[in-house]
Design a protein around this ligand. Structure first.
Ligand code: ADP
Ligand code: MG
Length: 299
């Protein structure tokens, strides 16, 4: 039984009002002294959408997540999440609104086991603090049981039952990445930000992760932004893609359209360090079908 099932303890997400994008990232510019990390960044994410951001190293992908999650305030632009202006809000408050994140480098508590790491993801849902728990013992205990049920559902969903009680630091890399995904999911987000979730994985681990990402969209109905260095995975699973280079959005649209865009091909072929230009290389120059407009929600 998946966590999205009828008798599940996971809370179902409710769609936002029709026509309102889940997330609007408008005309964002983020500068560090001398470097423009995001230069006119502009996109939307719809409910149930898997939106991917691709681009070479240093293109400004992670910076987009840092703006979204409230780590860095941009110099220009607007960010609306669930219709609400979130610029200037603190990371913890944005998380509480329903935005969760995994990191390019795993950020877990290595000495804690899988269950406890996922329980930490529940902190945004905890109503009783340490003192209150003393006075409302019964209610706090009930709440704790509910959190554990959600966490156990997620452990089943991510197929990591056999690692439940293992300290995370002892687990294989691919499983640790899955645990980190579990901790983000434990927050029951409306929008999940995944920063290179398959970086450093072998082919089998990558395939597993791709399957979980699709299940998160299709079974849990959680919208996602997927940052990925490698075009191959993105072409296979994303609903829409934005390609960026030097902080500038080059093209936004359907995966097949973006990979055929001349600027995208140029950015990838021009950068010898980029992992997967294999698909772009196959594209001939005659195809220029990309629209820079954002189409509506995916079918
Ligand atoms: N905290 C920071 N201070 C200064 N420069 C930064 C900081 N974070 C990112 N940058 C710079 O912004 C640019 C984009 O970085 P980043 O968003 O991490 O790229 P990506 O994730 O696409 O590899 C890079 O030139 C990087 O060095
Ligand atoms: Mg990055």
């Amino acid at each position: 039984m998946s966590p999205a099932g009828q008798d599940s303890t996971m809370t179902q997400t409710t769609p936002s009002a029709p026509g309102t994008p889940l997330l609007e990232f408008r005309d964002i510019t983020l500068r560090f002294s001398g470097i423009t990390a995001i230069d006119g960044g502009d996109f939307i994410v719809n409910q149930d959408e898997l939106f991917a951001i691709i681009g070479p190293n240093g293109a400004g992908k992670t910076s987009i997540f840092n703006v979204l999650s409230g780590v860095y305030p941009p110099q220009e632009g607007e960010v609306r999440f669930l219709g609400e202006d979130i610029l200037g809000k603190r990371p913890n408050d944005i998380a509480k609104l329903g935005m969760a994140r995994t990191f390019q480098n795993i950020e877990l508590f290595e000495n804690l086991n899988v269950i406890d790491n996922l329980m930490l993801g529940r902190h945004t849902h905890t109503t009783y603090g340490a003192i209150a728990s003393l006075f409302y013992k019964g209610k706090a205990a009930k709440e704790e049981m509910e959190h554990r049920a959600v966490v156990e559902d997620l452990i089943d969903f991510l197929e990591i039952q056999q690692y439940r009680k293992f300290p995370v630091g002892l687990l294989p890399y691919g499983i640790q990445k899955r645990v980190e995904l579990g901790r983000a999911l434990a927050m029951e987000p409306r929008l999940l930000l995944l920063d290179e979730p398959v970086a450093g994985m072998n082919a089998e681990e990558t395939e597993d992760m791709a399957r979980f990402i699709l299940d998160i969209r299709d079974e849990l109905h959680i919208s996602m932004i997927l940052i990925e260095h490698d075009m191959g995975l993105v072409m296979d699973i994303a609903d829409r893609v934005m390609a960026v280079n030097f902080g500038v959005p080059l093209a936004t649209g359907l995966p097949a359209e973006v990979q055929q865009h001349p600027d995208v091909i140029r950015a990838y072929l021009g950068d010898g360090g980029v992992g997967s230009s294999r698909r772009a290389q196959k594209v001939d120059d005659s195809t220029d079908t990309l629209t820079m407009d954002e189409p509506g929600a995916p079918a």
